[in-house]
Design a protein around this ligand. Structure first.
Ligand SMILES: Cc1cc2nc3c(=O)[nH]c(=O)nc-3n(C[C@H](O)[C@H](O)[C@H](O)COP(=O)(O)OP(=O)(O)OC[C@H]3O[C@@H](n4cnc5c(N)ncnc54)[C@H](O)[C@@H]3O)c2cc1C
Length: 217
């Protein structure tokens, strides 16, 4: 990943990070990316998508009829953003209310993956990106499903992470006010699994789901 002026964090520059480890960790902790592109008339769009990371590439998939996948897959310049919310930052003043967060902005271009065997393997990665181990507990894509699904590999050319942590940054004079200030952590949590109403009787909740729930308790 190279570094370029367009991906240098300028506003509160000390919150910027550019190392692979930090960027990959944020990408791996999130499930969705907001993908942006402009159509040939210059109209910008931002679309939320699932993704699966492999090295410095993110795979995006969807219907072969998807405008996003057709546009982005034509190799145009694309930018995407991933955001994790860690806390509400509640200050004494309205002005200093904020959030604790970890985010990544990545620039690059995407190319279609057409080989059926490669597509099938990457679709399995998508499923495992949702819950590790789930791909081998479910049916692989068949020929029709592979043909109906477009798959893009978005190669990250450059990226930045921005991370805010810690207390509100109130003005010194406001710290004398008898007003509460602090952080309310935001935690993503999975609930108990609900078996599909049309599941065969006696079908057990699989190991991938049990492990996911066990890991967070
Ligand atoms: C959940 C959340 C809420 C936010 N709310 C606000 C808000 O309400 N108001 C506000 O002004 N800002 C907010 N920010 C910060 C915002 O994302 C921008 O960093 C900030 O507005 C400065 O934008 P800029 O284009 O002027 O930044 P610049 O520093 O000029 O951006 C230069 C480059 O830095 C990189 N960069 C900028 N921001 C980010 C980022 N967040 N993550 C990774 N790379 C980045 C990009 O590559 C960008 O091209 C929020 C961020 C998050 C994650």
């Amino acid at each position: 990943m190279r570094q370029h002026p367009r991906s240098k964090v300028r506003r509160v520059a000390q919150r910027g990070h550019y190392d692979r480890e930090t960027i990959h960790a944020i990408l791996d902790a999130s499930l969705i990316a907001h993908v942006s592109f402009a159509d040939p008339e210059g109209q910008p769009f931002v679309i939320p998508m699932l993704y699966a990371r492999e090295g410095d590439s993110l795979y995006l998939h969807g219907s072969i009829a998807s405008r996003l996948l057709k546009s982005v897959g034509s190799g145009i310049a694309t930018c995407l953003c991933v955001t994790l919310i860690d806390g509400l930052v509640l200050a004494r003043s309205h002005f200093h209310h904020s959030m604790n967060y970890r985010s990544v902005v990545a620039f690059g271009k995407a190319t279609p993956v057409k080989d059926s065997a490669e597509k099938s393997a990457i679709f399995a990665r998508f499923v495992d990106a949702l819950i590790p181990g789930r791909a081998q507990e479910s049916r692989a894509a068949d020929r029709n499903e592979l043909n109906a699904t477009a798959l893009l590999r978005f190669d990250i050319e450059e990226a930045s992470a921005k991370i805010r942590t810690g207390d509100p940054k109130d003005d010194p004079a406001d710290r004398e006010l008898p007003l509460w200030a602090g952080i309310v952590p935001v935690v993503q949590k999975y609930g108990e699994a609900i078996t599909a109403q049309d599941a065969l009787p006696g079908t057990a909740v699989p190991p991938s789901v049990l492990s996911l729930l066990a890991r967070q308790s």
